[in-house]
Design a protein around this ligand. Structure first.
Ligand code: FAD
Length: 386
């Protein structure tokens, strides 16, 4: 039990736990980590479904990948990784396609047997309809990058569901590129390292926090402790930056995802981990079937049953889980004002996806926590400052 902490970390997600682990292990500090949820791990938290024995990612499918060697070395201190390689399929008008867009998808969609050069020529012809620099909305931008037929099948309906907005009403800046691979390569990620934690996310996160210098206090909201610690103990805050300042500059906008979990009475529901639903009429965006993330665990999964999740995307209301920053021009202006306030806040560092209002993959959250530790925290304690 940490009685008088040297550091308070708000949030037991990957960012907060990386800071806590480094401070306890390398600097010998006493670290108190608080989280208002009833579990550690933030959005990467997972648990084993009791009925089926399948590990379920409670806040949406989490696939680990990185090309950052430092992060890879660091995470391997706490867990081994399986050799899982992520692939995504998409359903459109009754057919299943292998994503991301590649030569296989193009040939299947157009009913051809094009070579890479022929496929390139076809997409170049189709995308010549609009010049990218003239695109006034997301639809025009996408058509200028991949042509209208592929846009209408694989981007239009999915994007409309993600944003609850017709793509002609969305900013062209939402997409910068729409990569098309002119090979049959269908790995979803192209990082050097990829895999899933052998014993699951929660075992990994628990090991990070397993140090006598770290106390994790769950179901504890920073807002209730603020007066006790602010100004007297250095704080690393990974909660929402706008909430920290009582939304004084207005709320930052987010998209959320509703996850509808069910157990199905079949051994295998869809034959793979993720299927996107590209038709606009189908209300969900994706179905996740978790057992496919760990084929090596087949003996621990109850035969004849499987856990699936239907995902529905929408704009977040005040009490919803914030998942993806919307990042409108208005959001960016508010964020600048919050950043100014954050810099003036004594002894508080803001980090993680909520504290910086950025979408961060797990390896990015861990990498930026390691940088904060190197650049801000270690020097601070080395100087012997309070
Ligand atoms: P979080 O995990 O959000 O942790 C922040 C913690 O702070 C939370 O536990 C919260 O309860 C706590 N907190 C907030 N405010 C307070 C307060 N006032 N008091 C106490 N506690 C507070 N990344 C990948 O690399 N691969 C993926 O496949 C992937 N899939 C994703 C799918 C979805 C649907 C989402 C939303 C994210 C996905 N991510 C993925 C990103 C991943 O979840 C993030 O990288 C990671 O969560 C970032 O960690 P964090 O510590 O910054 O934030």
């Amino acid at each position: 039990m940490v009685s008088a902490p040297d550091l308070l970390v708000v949030g037991a997600g990957f960012f907060g736990l990386t800071i806590a682990e480094r401070c306890a292990t390398e600097l010998g500090l006493q670290v108190l980590v608080v989280d208002r949820r009833s579990h550690i791990g933030g959005n990467a938290y997972s648990e084993v479904d009791e009925q089926t024995g399948v590990e379920v990612h409670k806040y949406g499918a989490h696939l680990f990948h990185t090309s950052n060697e430092r992060v890879w070395e660091y995470v391997n201190r706490f867990t081994g990784f399986t050799d899982y390689r992520h692939r995504v399929f998409g359903k459109y008008q009754g057919q299943i396609y292998s994503l991301p867009m590649n030569l296989g998808l193009i040939n299947q969609f157009f009913g051809k047997a094009h070579t890479p050069a022929q496929a390139r020529e076809l997409i170049a012809e189709q995308s010549a309809e609009i010049a990218t620099e003239d695109a006034a909305n997301l639809e025009e931008k996408a058509v200028s990058l991949i042509g209208r037929p592929l846009y209408e099948a694989f981007i239009k309906g999915y994007t409309a569901k993600q944003w609850q907005t017709d793509p002609t009403e969305l900013s062209p800046d939402i997409i910068t590129r729409l990569p098309v691979r002119y090979t049959y390569e269908n790995g979803w990620f192209s990082d050097t390292h990829e895999g899933l934690p052998v014993d699951g996310y929660t075992a990994w996160l628990t090991k990070m926090a397993d140090h006598p210098g770290i106390e994790v206090r769950l179901e504890t909201d920073f807002r209730d402790l603020r007066e006790d610690y602010l100004g007297s103990v250095p704080i690393v805050y990974t909660g929402p930056v706008d909430e920290y300042f009582d939304h004084s500059e207005g709320r930052l906008s987010w998209r959320t995802v509703d996850l509808e979990q069910s157990v199905e009475d079949v051994d295998d529901f869809q034959g793979t981990g993720v299927v996107n639903y590209n038709d606009q009429e189908v209300p969900w965006t994706r179905i996740i079937e978790f057992k496919h993330f760990h084929p090596e665990r087949v003996r621990t999964h109850l035969p004849g049953k499987t856990v699936i999740v239907h995902e529905y995307s929408r704009f977040a209301e005040a009490d919803d889980e914030p998942y993806y920053p919307i990042n409108t021009a208005e959001d960016r202006a508010k964020l600048l004002r919050y950043r100014e306030k954050a810099q003036a806040e004594p002894m508080v560092l803001f980090g993680g996806r909520l504290g910086t209002y950025q979408y961060l993959d797990m390896h990015m959250a861990i990498g930026s926590a390691l940088s904060m530790f190197d650049n801000r925290i270690r020097p601070h304690f080395a100087e012997g400052a309070p």
